[in-house]
Each structure stands twice: as structure tokens, then as C-alpha cells.
Design a protein around this ligand. Structure first.
Ligand SMILES: *Cc1c(COP(=O)(O)O)cnc(C)c1O
Length: 470
């Protein structure tokens, strides 16, 4: 796929526009609700956007997870489903795609990312061990803690500062990692949990130089490095754009090289890989792979389907190849930047630089009059829905949960509301509407009152918590 853009083919007329490298073949109508309908729907949902019915939503920016539009080739692949219980040919297509594009030796399908997180945590963490990582992710940390591990954040300080323009805010701070190894002892480190890009930091990338250095440090101590590859293609795009020596290199090449510095990866294929469901765990180590492929049968399904239909594995294999196309990834991230530019022009506070999958609005700067205990980011998500039926989600104190030892809220520095852009789903006109709605909510920011939590689930509370107006 080497289609050339007007920008590169046009005569020297200055900068030319780019457009999506696809056209629309099938459409799904959107419903626009009235303010009264939204007021009622949100109250019924306990002011949690996760509890809204999607039919009450106009533009759905809750998540980029499983919300992508599949291509005609992927849909054709669905018709080639080989629904054999064992040894489906679609499994071998998936295995081949992961080996070719990510470069790992052994592959296990899982129903989605957290299935793979569960397996890697169970086989690679001994109770009492530490799991250093570049900022926590909700489901990742949950599985690490359930396996008896303790997550330790070793990301660079800039990642916690929404205004820092550091080009690789996802980087691991090598001094923090070395310090943990020295304090705890290498045998008390289960593995390094490296994510590219870093979701909770605003979709921020990790540099190739950083993963190389992490690899070197870990080699000195015999520590393994496992990668959360969920948005690693987006990470590779940023490397091609920003890192000396990688400018303009194909994203597929960068992806392979980055993965080569790690010992395995888990994947939520619902993100980068352009499918609605699926995931995988890949490992180079024979012994760990044997344990994981034994365990996958207990929790997911036989090692050649892992909770997926054959047709899903086929769509995923095709999606992997499409996801590393340079044209695709450029328009994917270009759309988010387009929205970022509009918001920036209107003076809206959000995490800079714009990351790979979303705009993260800085709720602290929207609502400086609200305490973090009054849930500013949750409030912003509610206000945005009421204004225009746009659904976003909280990434702040609610998502951060409680400290399992003290029972107190974890209080993250970042109090963000995420506008997550599904892949190949919305048009530029939808982005205009979103920007206008955010501007309207920002203009009336002083009247926001905050929320109180009325129901709190024990695990991953942000999904099901309920709130009321203060
Ligand atoms: C979504 C996500 C996961 C979990 O994957 P699921 O498919 O939702 O289970 C893990 N890590 C990151 C960075 C994610 O964004």
C-alpha cells in the first residue's frame, strides 16, 4: 500500500491537504437527542458515561476499543472463518501475521487484551515481586496485583505534567528503574511492564533509544521486558516522525525493531488492529510459553482459538497488516491532530503534545474551583454529554481506584477527560462538531458543581460507579 498523497505528488505549491485513504461503503445512521432526553438518560446512568445506552449517544468518543470500522477485506475474511475447535486455519493466519509484523516466536490468541494480561501475570509474577512500568494501566495493574505483584511507576516525570511538550513522554526513567532494582534486588522484579503508547499519560510514545536502554539495563540483571503492544503501531508512527535516525522510515520496520528489544507482548487487538474483538499473548521463551499455553485452556479456550471465533482471527490477521500501512496510520493520527488544532485555537486546556488515540482534556484547568474529590473529570464528561450527546470518559481519580493496602483513593496528578477517536469511523465534520461542543462547555465552566459518588464497585470502579450532582 504505497498510495501517494497529493502532498508528495503535487507540484511545489506549498503544503497540500491529506485525506483519509479510504471511502465509505456502508453507513450507520446517528440519532440526535433533545436536551431533556439527555438529562434523563444521564441521571438514569448515574452520571457515568459507561452506563449510558449507546442509542442515546450522538458521537461516541468513549473509547477506541473495538469501535473501529473494518475494511471490505476484513469483512471478506469473516466469510473464511474455519470454525474448527482445534487447528483452525485462521489461527495459523493470525500466528503468521503476529510473527511477521511483531516478530515474536510463539502466539496465543485471547478473547481480548485483559485475557492476555491475566496469563502473563499468572506465569511471570511470583507473589511479593515488583512490576515496574511506564505508568499504570487499569486492567494491566489489576491483573498484576491479583497475581501478588506490586506495580511501581517508573515513567519519566514529564509524563505527569499535562503541559510538558516532551516528544517521548512515555519513556521509562532509567534512574528510577535502576534504583528499584538496587533497592529490591533483581530477583524481586517480575519483569518490566512497558507500554507503547502510554494510554493514561495521553497516548504518549516511548522512544526507540529508551527501549534499547531499558533492554541493556535489564540484560545486566537478567530481567525480562514485556510489552503492552496495544497501540505500538501508533507509537512507531511517532518514532518515524520525531526520533533522529528514524525519520520517514516505514512504520512496519520500526514496529519490528522495537519489539525485538522485548521478550514478549500482550495485545488488545481492539485498538491498533482494527477489529471489534480479540487479543493475543506472544512469548519468545519456551518454558513461559508452555505454561501460558496450558493456562489459556483454563481461562480462554484451546490454544488455537483462545476465546475467539475462527472468523474473528481471520479479520484480525488482515487488520494487523492494514494497521501498519503508513497511509492508514498517518490519517488516523492526522484526524486527532486536526481536532487538537481546533481546540488549541480556542484556548482549551488539554494534554500536549497530542497523543496517538485521543485528546485528553485537562479537567483541573477546566474546573479549578472543584476539589479532586468532587470528580472534575467525571463532571466534565457529564457536562459534555448534556451539551451535545457526545460521549467521553473519565481518566482521573475515579479510574485510579483505591490503594489496596490503605483503602484511600489513589490521587493521580492527571485529572483528564478523554475524547477517544475510533479508527475509520467519524469524519472531519464530526470533529468540527466535537470542537464546538467542548468550547461551549468550556465557556460555561464556572457553573459546574461537581459530583458525589453514590455507588462504588470493588474492582475497576470507573466502569460501573454511580454519581449524583452535588
Ligand atoms: C484496552 C487496553 C488494555 C486491555 O485490553 P482489553 O482488550 O480492553 O481487555 C490493555 N492495555 C492498554 C494500554 C489498553 O488500552
Amino acid at each position: 500500500m504505497t498510495t501517494r498523497h497529493p502532498e508528495t505528488t503535487g507540484r511545489q505549491l506549498g503544503r497540500r491537504s491529506w485525506a483519509e485513504p479510504w471511502k465509505i461503503k456502508m453507513v450507520e445512521p446517528l440519532r440526535i437527542t433533545t436536551p431533556e432526553e439527555r438529562e434523563r438518560a444521564l441521571a438514569q446512568a448515574g452520571y457515568n458515561t459507561f452506563l449510558l445506552r449507546s442509542e442515546d449517544v450522538y458521537i461516541d468518543l468513549l473509547t477506541d476499543s473495538g469501535t473501529s470500522a473494518m475494511s471490505d477485506r476484513q469483512w471478506a475474511g469473516m466469510m473464511l472463518g474455519d470454525e474448527a475447535y482445534a487447528g483452525s486455519r485462521n489461527f495459523y493466519a493470525l500466528e503468521e501475521a503476529v510473527r511477521e509484523y511483531y516478530g515474536y516466536r510463539h502466539v496465543l490468541p485471547t478473547h481480548q487484551g485483559r485475557g492476555a494480561e491475566h496469563l502473563i501475570s499468572q506465569v511471570a509474577i511470583k507473589p511479593g515481586q515488583y512490576v515496574p512500568g511506564n505508568m499504570y494501566f487499569t486492567t494491566t495493574r489489576e491483573h498484576q496485583e491479583r497475581a501478588g505483584g506490586t506495580f511501581v511507576d517508573v515513567i519519566i516525570d514529564e509524563a505527569h505534567d499535562p503541559a510538558s511538550e516532551h516528544p517521548f513522554k512515555g519513556n521509562i526513567d532509567l534512574a528510577k528503574l535502576a534504583d528499584l532494582i538496587a533497592r529490591a534486588g533483581a530477583d524481586q522484579i517480575a519483569y518490566v511492564s512497558l507500554a507503547g503508547t502510554v494510554n493514561m499519560a495521553g497516548g504518549q510514545p516511548v522512544a526507540m533509544a529508551n527501549v534499547r536502554a531499558v533492554r541493556e539495563l535489564c540484560d545486566q540483571h537478567g530481567i525480562k521486558v514485556f510489552l503492552d503492544a496495544t497501540r505500538m503501531v501508533e507509537n512507531a508512527f511517532f518514532i518515524a516522525e520525531r526520533e533522529p535516525g528514524y525519520e520517514g522510515r516505514p512504520v512496519a520496520e520500526i514496529l519490528r525493531e522495537f519489539c525485538s528489544y522485548t521478550d514478549g507482548a500482550w495485545m488488545s487487538a481492539k485498538k491498533d488492529s482494527l477489529v471489534n474483538i480479540g487479543g493475543w499473548l506472544a512469548l519468545n521463551d519456551e518454558t513461559l510459553f508452555e505454561e501460558a499455553s496450558n493456562l489459556v485452556i483454563v481461562f480462554e479456550g484451546l490454544h488455537t482459538y483462545g476465546g475467539l471465533a475462527g472468523r474473528d482471527m481471520q479479520a484480525l490477521a488482515i487488520g494487523i497488516a492494514e494497521s501498519v500501512s503508513d497511509d492508514h496510520i498517518r490519517s488516523r493520527i492526522g484526524q486527532i491532530r486536526y481536532l487538537g488544532d481546533l481546540l488549541d485555537g480556542a484556548g482549551i486546556p488539554f494534554v500536549k503534545p497530542v497523543g496517538g488515540h485521543a485528546i485528553f482534556l485537562d479537567a483541573r484547568r477546566f474546573y479549578p474551583h472543584l476539589e479532586q474529590d468532587q470528580f472534575p473529570a467525571q463532571t466534565l464528561a457529564a457536562e459534555l454529554y448534556l451539551d451535545s450527546g457526545i460521549r467521553s470518559m473519565e481518566r482521573g481519580i475515579v479510574s485510579a481506584g483505591r490503594n489496596p493496602k490503605t483503602g484511600d483513593h489513589n490521587r493521580p496528578k492527571l485529572e483528564l477527560t478523554r475524547l477517544t477517536i475510533p479508527r475509520r469511523v467519524y469524519t472531519q465534520a464530526h470533529m468540527d462538531i466535537v470542537a464546538e461542543a467542548v468550547e461551549a462547555v468550556y465557556a460555561s465552566r464556572e457553573s459546574a458543581k461537581g459530583l458525589v459518588m453514590t455507588f462504588e464497585p470493588r474492582y475497576l470502579r470507573f466502569f460501573q460507579a454511580r454519581f449524583d450532582r452535588l
